[in-house]
Design a protein around this ligand. Structure first.
Ligand code: PMP
Length: 452
């Protein structure tokens, strides 16, 4: 099959919403047919269209339809698809060498990515960075570092958490369907505390931070025993869980508690990190300095790269050969990450993320004024969500989210869902999206609410 023009992506693509066929179009339908014959059913995709090119704020499909991108490939193409610095640096690196394996013959690009992450991560202590391929792998390794540094087994995580699909990270993830159901037995020594989720806290948001902290502390001190806990792992804003922003002060109290007891505090910034929330790391909004931070997604503009960045004393505790992998810190992915850092720094993208957040929030609040099913709008920077509920209740309204997502896809806007109850619309536009597309996309969503 030959793909429809244009085949070149990047910000030069026409920045427009354009539908030229039914959705999905004939070429996408043909690919769907081949996919069903060749791929297993457990691989699901949110959209029914197949990508041909992307850049700025659009994804163009194989039929030539141009969609406004409000998902960034699940928070990955933060600097935009085929961003100029990423294309330039990776093209040069591909032509130079594609792989030597850092464990065999090391190279400078890996060190430079580590230096830059060490520089931007919160805290002025001495830091180290190790690179991996995926978010899950970074989390696995954060736990390995915490365990070897503390000589303790237990890992404490939270309700609504998502940390990955490998055995350990699936065990750390909260939601059964679709992530865990039927895939057990799970990894041992994983314990779960309530998350300080203000909108759904049983006794009301005003009690949320205090009561959630008390329950967390009780779990660690009296049920597990703090001297058995290697680490507490938490997303500063829970991503897949529904963009849950923990109650004010909760994370800082958890971090202080960990410091008092020699527990490693790990911030999982796989979804929130690298400019997404308007700062390099979402931890900065809370004034916390994590012992270890995991990043992935936005780090390398779509090339597989992940990192653990943290305290030198913890990360130097692992013995030579105990950490790494064949592809970890691949030189092309490292080149992409260096391009991402340049795009963010030279393009003023931290401020742009905050601006996008303001536009999204204003537009969503205008929609909320005309409907009674938006329970809460929340998030930070270019990471904003709307939680939908049945009118006059807090009962999750999953059907509305499904209908609105379908409406957006059918009308040229790519959106994503989230939430333990599947009732959250989440917005993660690339920071390269122009204002007019953002506003047009929210107009499509507004029509969807009107049509419900
Ligand atoms: N942690 C968080 C917070 C995530 O959002 C994700 C991915 N959604 C992961 C870990 C796992 O990352 P990956 O899919 O790259 O393994």
């Amino acid at each position: 099959m030959t793909l429809a023009d244009p085949v070149l992506g990047g910000p030069a693509l026409p920045q427009e919403r354009r539908l030229v066929t039914n959705i999905p179009g004939p070429r996408s339908l043909a690919l769907a047919g081949r996919r069903h014959a060749a791929l297993p059913a457990g691989l699901a995709s949110a959209a029914g269209v197949y990508a041909a090119a992307a850049g700025g704020g659009v994804v163009v499909d194989v039929d030539g339809n141009s969609f406004i991108d409000l998902g960034s490939g699940i928070a990955v193409t933060t600097v935009g698809n085929a961003a100029p610095e990423v294309v330039a640096r990776t093209s040069e690196q591909v032509a130079r060498f594609t792989h030597t394996c850092f464990l065999a013959t090391p190279y400078e690009q890996y060190i430079e990515v580590a230096e830059r992450l060490n520089r931007i991560a919160p805290g002025d202590h001495e830091k180290r960075t190790a690179l991996f391929n995926t978010g899950s792998e970074a989390l696995e390794n954060a736990v390995k570092y915490a365990r070897i540094a503390t000589n303790r087994p237990a890992v404490v995580v939270f309700d609504h958490a998502f940390h990955g699909r490998s055995l350990l990270t699936m065990s750390m993830t909260a939601k059964s369907l679709p992530y865990k159901h039927g895939f057990g037995p799970f990894a041992p020594e994983v314990y779960r505390a309530p998350m300080a989720y203000p909108y759904r806290w049983p006794s009301g948001p005003q009690n949320c931070a205090d009561e959630a902290f008390a329950q967390f502390a009780q779990l660690v001190d009296s049920q597990i025993g703090s001297d058995a806990v290697a680490c507490v792992v938490v997303e500063p804003i829970q991503g897949e869980g529904g963009f849950i922003v923990p109650a004010d002060g909760f994370l800082a109290r958890v971090a202080d508690f960990c410091r008092d007891r020699g527990i490693v505090f790990v911030a999982d910034e796989v979804q929130t990190g690298i400019a997404r929330t308007g700062t390099w790391f979402a931890s900065e909004h809370e004034g916390i300095v994590p012992d270890l931070i995991t990043t992935a997604k936005g780090l390398a503009g779509g090339l597989p790269l992940a990192a653990v960045t943290g305290r030198a004393d913890i990360m130097d505790a692992a013995h030579p050969g105990g950490i790494g992998g064949t592809y970890s810190g691949n030189p092309v992915a490292c080149a992409a990450a260096l391009g991402v850092f340049d795009e963010i720094e030279n393009g003023g993208l931290l401020a742009r993320a905050r601006e996008i957040g303001e536009i999204l929030t204003v537009e969503l609040e205008a929609i909320a004024a005309s409907t009674d099913i938006i329970g809460e709008i929340r998030g930070r920077g270019a990471m904003v969500a709307a939680e939908l509920v049945l009118p006059g209740t807090r009962t999750p309204h999953r059907d509305a989210v499904a209908a609105l997502t379908r409406h957006c896809h059918d009308n040229g806007v790519l959106t994503l869902t989230a939430g333990t109850f599947g009732n959250v619309l989440r917005f993660l536009p690339p920071l390269s999206i122009p204002d007019h597309l953002l506003i047009e996309a929210l107009g499509v969503l507004r029509d969807g609410f009107a049509a419900l």
